[in-house]
Ligand binder design. Structure first.
Ligand code: SF4
Length: 414
């Protein structure tokens, strides 16, 4: 069965805010965020990265605003950016005010680093007057020392308390246009903190595992934390924090939301069987070649690469398109129906050509254009393979018998 948004816990409806043109919270789609790694003062370099992030799935991009030159850069970047820009502020109230002056669509304040109540309230008043939202971005690694001491560490309760105190300052000046994050590099702490935040606040939550590290470990940690919460209906916007080209963060965010059925498919979903004793080709090689050939084609479909024609088309019948390997030939199928049989060395090329046609013409048209002899040829290949290898190509019956014998022998020796 396909996993879709309807299979997840109902999404918790939060108060909606607008980060420029992107709505966050309420019933708005969960959005993807990333952050530039260029110096913000480098306007052209930063814009180039922002365009790359937007093209790969980022709905909102954050840039650091750590010096006057960065704020001046933001004033040029914001009007030319294809997506809303959020300024990341740490220690200096002046930078928050300069970023607002530059016209940013949102601010991120770290309560652990910008600590003076008067300064916090000043920024909130200025943001209120300009209609700019703020993310209260609590981070376990830079928690306010007083809170750290009170809770004996960066516990989930401590992270939520930090956000609550910041929110109280904002409320003193009548500002509530807020989203909240309570990130930690420990996945377990982060999950517990967001669960508690979700019970405590009705503001939208920005999910992330901070300092997750380089892929693949960073991707695993980010996914473990973010997907767990999204499956529970918690979270309105997400960011993977990877030590990698930020384009990887945007792609991962988008792919996660598509995989969970929370965003419409825009990109290719390539699935492949793990291969086994039945495989008639090197599945890893064919899948990698297919991935490389299909990359950057923007085909919003699911494509399967399967190692054998005996089980492949059936196991991947939910895929829009697929190829399964048989006796030096590949069986091309659409939604499990064989449409063409091609030579083994033409499999990838045939897959790419059919993918393009499928997206352009649709399933019905491509099924109607199938080779009328394909099913018969495929049945013959399949029957021949079954005769050659039998229905137990992995020799599992013999293995089971062997295990049983060993267990009985060990039992007898007791
Ligand atoms: S049975 Fe065929 S499709 Fe399934 S894992 Fe093995 S090779 Fe792949």
């Amino acid at each position: 069965m396909d996993v879709t948004a309807s299979s997840l816990s109902p999404r918790r409806v939060t108060k909606q805010i607008a980060v420029g043109s992107v709505l966050v919270g309420g019933n708005a789609p969960v959005s993807v965020q990333s952050m530039t790694t260029t110096k913000t003062a480098n306007v052209e370099g930063t814009l180039e990265q922002i365009y790359a992030l937007a093209a790969n799935g980022a709905d909102i991009v954050r840039c650091t605003c750590n010096e006057q030159e960065a704020a001046e850069g933001l004033a040029q970047i914001v009007p030319r950016s294809p997506v809303p820009i959020v300024a990341d502020i740490h220690f200096h109230v002046e930078m928050a005010l300069a970023a607002l002056e530059a016209g940013v669509n949102g601010l991120r304040l770290n309560p652990g680093n910008l600590r003076k109540p008067e300064e916090i309230k000043l920024v909130a008043s200025e943001a209120r007057d300009r209609g700019v939202p703020i993310r209260i971005g609590v981070n376990a690694g830079s928690l306010h020392p007083a809170i750290y001491e009170k809770f004996g560490g960066a516990t989930p309760e401590a992270l939520v308390e930090s956000a609550r105190l910041e929110l109280a300052y904002f409320e003193e000046v009548g500002f509530d246009d807020v989203k909240i994050s309570v990130k930690a590099s420990s996945v377990a702490t982060m999950i517990a903190a967001y669960r508690l935040a979700s019970e405590t606040f009705d503001h939208p939550l920005h999910l992330g595992v901070t300092e997750a590290g380089p892929p693949p470990g960073g991707l695993v940690k980010g996914t473990a934390g973010i997907a767990t919460l999204l499956a529970e209906g918690i979270g309105d916007t997400i960011r993977y924090s990877l030590t990698a080209d930020p384009v990887e963060e945007a792609r991962a965010g988008r792919q996660l939301l598509e995989a969970l059925g929370l965003r419409e498919r825009k990109s290719l979903d390539l699935i492949a069987c793990p291969s086994c004793g039945r495989a008639e080709v090197d599945v890893i090689k064919v899948a990698s070649e297919a991935q490389a050939a299909l990359a950057n084609r923007n085909l919003p479909i699911q494509i399967a690469v399967m190692g054998c024609v005996v089980n492949g088309p059936g196991e991947a019948r939910h895929a829009d398109l697929g190829i399964a390997a048989g006796k030096k030939r590949g069986h091309l199928f659409i939604r499990g129906e064989i449409i063409r049989v091609v030579k083994e060395d033409e499999m990838v090329q045939a897959l790419v050509e059919e993918a393009e046609k499928l997206v352009a013409e649709g399933v019905e048209a491509r099924l109607a254009a199938r080779d009328v002899n394909a099913q018969k040829e495929a049945d013959a290949d399949r029957a021949e393979l079954l005769t050659l290898k039998g229905s137990d190509a992995n020799n599992s019956s013999a293995r089971i018998a062997q295990i049983r014998r060993r267990t009985e022998e060990e039992g007898g020796h007791k």
